[in-house]
Design a protein around this ligand. Structure first.
Ligand code: MIC
Ligand code: SF4
Length: 643
């Protein structure tokens, strides 16, 4: 077996490990963060579970830390109190980005982790099966129920050679994205093998598994080896180590071969992470802003290389350099060893250890600006400035660029880039709060501020449904299009009515008002609809707007699950060319849809009343998913089962 199969087999609750069939797995650890967490905990409370049943559940506060009004602080208070009452550990704001802290302090090789954030696969660097999911799925897993997924195929990403000086782990994953595209990983686990693996430290592996999310992959995983042991030992957690590797005769569904020695610095151009070329080919693009940080690139190793490049130099006068170390551990170590001093002296603006610029929580660039960043997504508008272009690079490229003011290949920098991994990391967990004991839990009070509104609930599927195509969209529509998130909207993650005013506005600003006026309808989309974030809001808000179904050429994994969890029909074209036969404002009827779904039909006819034709759409649902659609979502299904 390969590593993926070993972990899945050890956690299998139902199903068979054959690619594409539905399986369910036991979840050992969960994580939530604050921008998906409020909703996840409201749903958790609605399910009536008293205490979490996992080995370790974490609630992080790392996204909405720009507190420009009472809303974010209210949400923090709610998460802190609800977590404590139900047995969940709370990582306070300032402790760091969830994925970085989970890697440092919590993750354990061979375990499973489910997180309400699409970059949860970062944990794969430690040899975990770490999967991103919607908040509701995480809430259910916290209650001890298994997590259902389509059994992924496993891609063998075989690494040989060794990265050259100035070429980084980020360049490895940008190269994989260049080759496979943002939908190349859908339905797959990217498993890294080969002698090249041993040349990569845990933070480097984490950069690679983190951005597997941008491939659309279910997750990414590395073996657990001596490098893993050393990392855990340095974190004071050697007892958490166990070795894990693929059997010599392990088989895979696909092979991708990468010679690390042959790689060069890469850059993803606006507005997609797979729009990749070499830094050299991209040319000397003038930079207005450089941002270094995010869950992709904010480790101690990353920051030390950045500090080495900046040491004794000055940021280019036209560049604003922002640096956000990924965790309190990293920041604290940089401050103790003088690297922070080197950054500050060079002219860097140090921001708190949080998601920050990556999710548009501050540091929005100027009009038409070029922003060179180390994070993982450069989707249109995500920085908070629609006209800005975001370019994704390694820390080394970013730091070199900050000095020259133009996109710069860092291989020529005059700096010592040989950073040793520390023998011991600072190990201070005083920002992780333990929950109240089960005995004290009944008296623990959950604090709900006025920003926290109830979540919308779906209705059982009607016999037949009809309505207008409210919006026709292109390929690769992201959840940042469906439910944009920046510093003005993130405070309303627990307020669906307010968010609904902005749904799909980046595609068509008239959409929210039209959807409300029509009283609901359908969405039409191209390939890979709903890629990106795990935010369930991209389903909850359409549900609130009474969207009954989405017809797409294909869906991204997490978003499709979120639609089903919320009772919204995910349909694909039997014949993809039919996409062209539908237009916005066409009236559609799905006759007897309830009976068809109940019967397990794989094809659902839709009549385009406006144009006068009927075609078939695929509905590929497991039995469990069918029950969910019929009941009007997961919560209704659970409530019906408990009756
Ligand atoms: C993101 O990077 O888009 C986020 C913000 O971390 C999201 C979660 C969210 O929307 O709250 C993700 O990746 O799942
Ligand atoms: Fe935070 Fe950005 Fe990572 Fe999402 S991708 S978890 S916003 S740092």
């Amino acid at each position: 077996m390969n590593v993926t199969q070993k972990i899945l087999a050890a956690h299998l609750v139902s199903g068979e490990l054959t690619c594409g069939s539905e399986i369910s797995i036991r979840i050992d650890q969960t994580l939530t963060q604050d921008s998906t967490g409020t909703m996840a905990y409201l749903q958790f409370e609605a399910m009536g579970t008293k205490r979490v049943k996992t080995e370790r559940s974490m609630a992080y506060i790392d996204h909405n830390t720009l507190q420009t009004g009472f809303e974010n602080a209210d949400d923090h208070k709610y998460i802190t109190t609800v977590a404590s009452k139900h047995g969940i550990y709370l990582s306070k704001p300032g402790n760091g980005i969830c994925h970085q802290v989970q890697l440092e302090r919590i993750g354990i090789p061979g375990k499973t982790l489910l997180g309400s954030d699409s970059h949860t696969p970062t944990g794969g660097a430690l040899g975990m099966i770490a999967i991103g999911a919607g908040g509701l799925d995480v809430a259910v897993a916290m209650g001890g129920a298994p997590y259902y997924l389509s059994c992924p195929g496993v891609v063998n990403v075989h690494l040989t050679g060794k990265l050259s000086r100035g070429v980084a782990a980020k360049d490895v994953i940008l190269e994989v994205l260049r080759r496979l595209s943002v939908k190349g990983g859908v339905g797959k686990v990217m498993e890294y093998t080969g002698e090249g693996v041993q040349t990569l430290s845990i933070p480097e592996r984490a950069t690679i598994t983190n951005m597997g999310a941008e491939l659309g992959a279910t997750t990414s995983v590395f073996p657990s080896d001596e490098i893993t042991r050393q990392f855990l030992r340095a974190q004071g957690r050697e007892q958490d180590f166990s070795p894990l590797s693929a059997d010599a005769d392990a088989t895979y569904d696909q092979l991708v071969e990468i010679d690390l020695s042959a790689l060069v610095p890469m850059v993803a151009l606006p507005h997609m992470p797979d729009n990749v070329q070499t830094v050299k080919a991209a040319g000397q693009i003038k930079a207005d802003q450089v941002c270094i940080g995010s869950c992709t690139n904010s480790s101690y190793l990353d920051m030390m290389r950045v500090a080495a490049i900046l040491k004794g130099k000055t940021v280019h006068p036209d560049v604003s350099l922002v640096i956000a170390p990924g965790s309190r551990q990293v920041l604290s170590m940089l401050s103790a060893n003088g690297a922070l001093h080197d950054m500050i002296e060079a002219g860097a603006r140090i921001t708190e250890t949080a998601c920050g610029f990556c999710i548009g929580m501050g540091q929005s660039p100027a009009t038409d600006a070029v922003s060179i960043r180390t994070n993982n997504r450069n989707f249109f508008g995500r920085s908070g400035t629609k006209s800005a272009g975001i370019f994704l690079v390694s820390c080394e490229t970013a730091a070199a660029t900050a000095l020259t003011g133009v996109l710069t290949d860092p291989r020529g920098v005059d700096a010592n880039l040989d950073v040793d991994m520390p023998e011991t990391f600072f190990q201070n967990d005083n920002l992780i709060l333990a929950p109240v004991s089960a005995a004290d839990a009944p008296d623990a009070v959950v604090v709900r501020g006025p920003n926290i509104k109830p979540f919308p609930q779906a209705q059982a599927l009607e016999e037949s449904i009809s309505g207008k195509v409210l919006l026709k969209m292109e390929d690769n529509i992201t959840t940042d299009h469906i439910m944009p998130s920046d510093s003005s909207l993130l405070p309303f993650r627990s307020n669906i009515p307010k968010l609904s005013e902005h749904c799909l506005a980046p595609v068509d600003p008239t959409f929210p008002a039209r959807a409300k006026a029509e009283g609901g309808g359908f969405l039409l989309a191209g390939q890979n609809y709903g890629q990106g974030s795990s935010r369930e809001h991209a389903a909850l808000v359409p549900l609130y707007l009474k969207i009954r179904g989405v017809i797409a050429k294909s869906f991204a994994r997490i978003h499709q699950a979120n639609l089903i969890n919320n009772g919204i029909l995910p349909l694909t074209f039997e014949n993809e060319a039919d996409y062209d036969r539908f237009d916005q404002a066409d009236v559609l009827t799905f006759k007897d849809v309830q009976a068809l779904v109940r019967s397990g039909a794989q094809l659902i006819p839709v009549t385009n009343e406006t144009k006068g034709f009927t075609v078939n759409l695929n509905i590929s649902l497991s039995e469990r998913e069918r029950s969910m659609i019929l009941a009007g979502g997961l919560i209704n299904m659970i409530a019906a089962a408990n009756k």
